[in-house]
Structures are given as structure tokens and as C-alpha cells.
Design a binder for this molecule. Structure first.
Ligand code: PEP
Length: 257
């Protein structure tokens, strides 16, 4: 199966940026710039406080809205947390899970990423599950071991039918927010390895249908080369998703990719 049968998805991860008026302004600027885009799914993953504003601003457009995390329990005594059902009820479609900033600063583990993935799927959300190695792990030549372990644990007990609703974002931790991008060949090598790992777990037919994104300092300048690679089906974009023009350039690169 070829790349063009998989859905290309460009998702912005706004992180902890934008007040509600700023969120509305950014989406209003973006909307006309991308309104003609058909073959690429455009997603803006925004802070919880911006979800309602973002959903209203993008209603009836080709921009989908995602959250940046969700809790794994349905409800209860988890002060400060948001459940997958709460997001789904609002009309949120996607949720980023296992982002390296969550793993690094908020002690998230593969076990909780797995629980969150299952909770998100049960609520009807589409998880964007992030995996990626630390610089030290790459230097020690264990990138593939690290990635295989994350894939096996994060998708433990996730069925093939459920996996088809997931997106995997390969985000080398050393490339996130650092300005250091993986080369297109490095990105392709690991995205291909992720697909091969999925093929072992779920079969090649399933693996060929899964959208695998690259994320890590993707920007308007380097997007075209990264997205031209066979196994790079899209991007998870942090900093560059906060500028409508740059985000649009990346989306256009995906259209041509
Ligand atoms: C991210 O937050 O997922 C990300 C890839 O950030 P940046 O593009 O800023 O490196």
C-alpha cells in the first residue's frame, strides 16, 4: 500500500499558549488560508480553556479541534483533570497523549499513556500518541529499542480496529522546541521502524493504514523535505502552528507531499 492511501494529518500543538481572544484571532486568520485544502486533515490541539472558543470558531470548516491531554478515569476525585468523555461531549475530535513534555514534567509513563489511549478510544476520540527517544538514548544507539517498547506498552490491549482510529507522532525529544530537527532521513528511518513494529503486532495490512507523523521543530522551511518521505504522513507542529502563515505553508507541503 502506498503513502497516498493514508490520511495526511497536520496537527498543531499550541501547548500553553493563547488566551481565548488570541485563539479566536489565530483561527480566524487561518481559516481562509486553508479553506481550499481537501486532502490533508487539519487539526488544532489547543489548551482546555480554548476548546469552546476554538470549536465555535471552526464550526463548519475543514479545521478539526483537539485537546492536549485527557485523564484515564471517567470521572471522580482527580482535581484539575479533564476526562475523555468531557472532551467528546464538547465535540472535540482528537487528543494528544504521551507528549514528551507530559512525560518529562508531569511524570506520565507508558502505563498511563496506555490507560489514556484506551479511555480516549472508549469516548470516541482519536488519540495522537507521541513516542520518541531522548538524545542520550539516540547516542547510545538504542532508539529502536526505546520506540518499540513505547509502541508495545502505549498500545497494549488496543485492538487493530482501535489502532486504526489512532495517529502516532514520532517526536524525538531532542528535537522538540529546540530548533534541532531530525533530518528527513532520520525521521523516515524511525517512522518506517514504527510501521514495521506495528506490522509485527497487528499485521502489515493494518500497519500500512496508520498515519505516522513527525514532530520536532518542523517549520515552514523544512516541512516539504520531511513530508516527502514515504513513511512520514503528517506532522505534529508546536511553535510553527502559532503562526497562521507558517502553519499554512506546512499544510501546503503536506498537500504536495
Ligand atoms: C510539539 O510540541 O509536539 C512540537 C513538535 O514542538 P515544536 O514543533 O515546537 O518542536
Amino acid at each position: 500500500m502506498k503513502k497516498n492511501v493514508r490520511k495526511a494529518i497536520i496537527a498543531g500543538n499550541w501547548k500553553m499558549n493563547k488566551t481565548r481572544p488570541e485563539a479566536k484571532a489565530l483561527l480566524e486568520e487561518l481559516k481562509p488560508m486553508v479553506s481550499d485544502v481537501k486532502d490533508v486533515e487539519i487539526v488544532a490541539c489547543v489548551p482546555f480553556t480554548n476548546l469552546e472558543t476554538a470549536l465555535a470558531a471552526t464550526a463548519g470548516t475543514n479545521i478539526k479541534i483537539g485537546a492536549e491531554n485527557c485523564h484515564f478515569e471517567k470521572s471522580g476525585a482527580f482535581t484539575g483533570e479533564i476526562s475523555a468523555d468531557m472532551l467528546a461531549e464538547m465535540g472535540v475530535e482528537y487528543v494528544v497523549l504521551g507528549h514528551s513534555e507530559r512525560r518529562q514534567y508531569f511524570a506520565e509513563t507508558d502505563e498511563t499513556v496506555n490507560k489514556r489511549t484506551k479511555a480516549a478510544l472508549a469516548a470516541g476520540l482519536k488519540p495522537i500518541v507521541c513516542v520518541g527517544e531522548l538524545l542520550w538514548e539516540r547516542e547510545c544507539n538504542i532508539t529502536e529499542e526505546v520506540i518499540a517498547r513505547q509502541i508495545k506498552l502505549d498500545f497494549f490491549n488496543v485492538s487493530a480496529e482501535e489502532l486504526k482510529k489512532c495517529v502516532i507522532a514520532y517526536e524525538p525529544v531532542w528535537a522538540i522546541g529546540t530548533g534541532k530537527t531530525a533530518t528527513a532521513d532520520q525521521a523516515e528511518e524511525v517512522c518506517a521502524f514504527i510501521r514495521a513494529t506495528l506490522a509485527k503486532l497487528y499485521g502489515a495490512d493494518v500497519a500500512e493504514t496508520i498515519t505516522i507523523q513527525y514532530g520536532g521543530s518542523m517549520n515552514a522551511k523544512n516541512a516539504a523535505e520531511l513530508l516527502s518521505k514515504t513513511n512520514v504522513d503528517g506532522g505534529l507542529i508546536g511553535g510553527a502552528s502559532l503562526k497562521a502563515a507558517d502553519f499554512t505553508t506546512i499544510i501546503t507541503a503536506a498537500v504536495n507531499g
